[in-house]
Write a protein that binds this ligand. Structure first.
Ligand code: V47
Length: 376
């Protein structure tokens, strides 16, 4: 099925690409056929951005029409004290006594949630370090305290890495921990901590973190309990294209099994102040990664262009390269800002609406579960 005459014409360009393999891939996209890992790698290595934009936008329009989603939300990073010394992270510090260490009080966190309420938002994205002194109950009590004061808040909190840590702390199974978290008020598991699933590279950049297998098992368990989850991929450090496709293949396989992922979020690596160092990826690489994610993850409804890592301008462009979501107002973010992102914070809803409109898409304000609240 072809969406409109305009797309008919541009699709013709992709379907008649001088490269035989790219012609074949475009044809598969039109026929809604799944791409193989080899084809995914070929797209990274050989496809030009114009070609990718045409077919990724085509695929996105079949799924999301002309809409681009945003959410009125707040991000809270309760503490930067963390037992894991991930080499790509400029946010975390080792101990409470570190001069840059901070820890928000419950009252400070509740105040932040109040700010969100004043803006009419309900999503709280809460993720931070894993401090050595937090007990299992501390994680649960924080959720309870927020839900008690703000019962209709939606809590997207703690990554699978924190869940893994809580299971060790409490000596409970992952399933039991997730059940406790759900009872305490957890609504959605955010997608952080996935980094890159290739075990060799994962061991280098995040030597102490849960393995890819453990990470994915936690998401699977969450899906079985009816907890939707998001999933990320940190790219632009020491991984190569093959690793990106390996990562997305694992994500695609689990989605086939459970259908529990809401959105895939490629996260552009920022090297400033990190032990790992390195260079920023180009905007071409960023847009290609978004487009290939859209094409490869045929069982995902949503691909997020996270403006905090991409910057507003590339995130806006990404809406024409397969992304249909730009996250939200956020207000505060410390993790990627510690690593040098220049993305300005405190975006008003109106700014996000204009950004989306300028990209030629229809702004759709959503809740955490992608229910549309209002179209603009
Ligand atoms: O897991 C850490 C990443 C993640 C750096 O679920 C870095 O909707 C770039 O996961 N450069 C946390 N990235 C953020 C995250 C997220 C963001 C937005 C939406 C959702 C969602 C999830 O930030 C970490 C890590 O992969 N990160 N350091 C860095 N130097």
């Amino acid at each position: 099925m072809v969406v409109s005459l305009t797309y008919d014409l541009s699709l013709e360009l992709a379907l008649n690409h001088p490269d035989r393999e790219l012609r074949k891939i475009a044809q598969k996209v039109v026929e809604n056929k799944r791409l193989t890992p080899e084809e995914g790698i070929y797209l990274f290595e050989k496809a030009d951005l114009t070609y990718l934009g045409i077919i990724a936008d085509y695929k996105n329009r079949l799924i999301n029409q002309n809409r681009a989603y945003f959410v009125v939300n707040i991000q809270i990073n309760p503490t930067n004290v963390c037992i894991y010394g991930c080499k790509f992270c400029a946010f975390a510090v080792k101990g409470r006594k570190h001069p840059k260490a901070y820890e928000m009080t419950v009252e400070e966190i509740l105040q932040k949630v109040e700010e969100l309420y004043n803006l009419g938002g309900r999503e709280v994205h809460m993720v931070g370090g894993i401090p050595p002194h937090w007990r299992y109950e501390d994680y649960l009590n924080l959720l309870r305290a927020i839900k008690e004061k703000f019962p209709d808040v939606v809590l997207k909190a703690y990554t699978a890495i924190e869940v893994h840590h809580m299971a060790k702390l409490s000596k409970k199974s992952v399933r039991e921990v997730l059940k406790d978290l759900k009872e305490a008020g957890l609504d959605v598991l955010p997608g952080g901590g996935a980094e890159i699933f290739n075990e060799e590279k994962r061991k280098i950049i995040a030597p102490y973190k849960a393995s890819a297998e453990e990470y994915l098992k936690i998401h699977k368990e969450a899906h079985k309990l009816g907890i939707p989850t998001n999933i990320t991929m940190l790219y632009g450090h020491i991984e190569d294209y093959k690793d990106r496709i390996e990562h997305m293949t694992k994500v695609r396989e689990l989605q086939d099994e459970t259908g529990g992922f809401q959105v895939f979020i490629p996260l552009k690596y920022h090297p400033e102040g990190t032990e790992l160092g390195g260079e920023l990826t180009s905007s071409v690489d960023d847009l290609k990664t978004i487009a290939i994610a859209r094409l490869y993850l045929d069982n995902f409804e949503h691909i997020k262009a996270y403006w905090v890592t991409l910057g507003e301008r590339v995130a806006q462009l990404a809406l024409n390269y397969g992304a249909d979501d730009i996250d939200g107002t956020i207000l505060e973010e410390r993790i990627v800002h510690a690593a040098g992102t220049k993305a300005a914070l405190g975006h008003a809803k109106e700014k996000l609406i204009n950004l989306i409109k300028e990209a030629g898409k229809i702004p759709a304000e959503r809740d955490t579960f992608y229910n549309i609240l209002k179209m603009y």
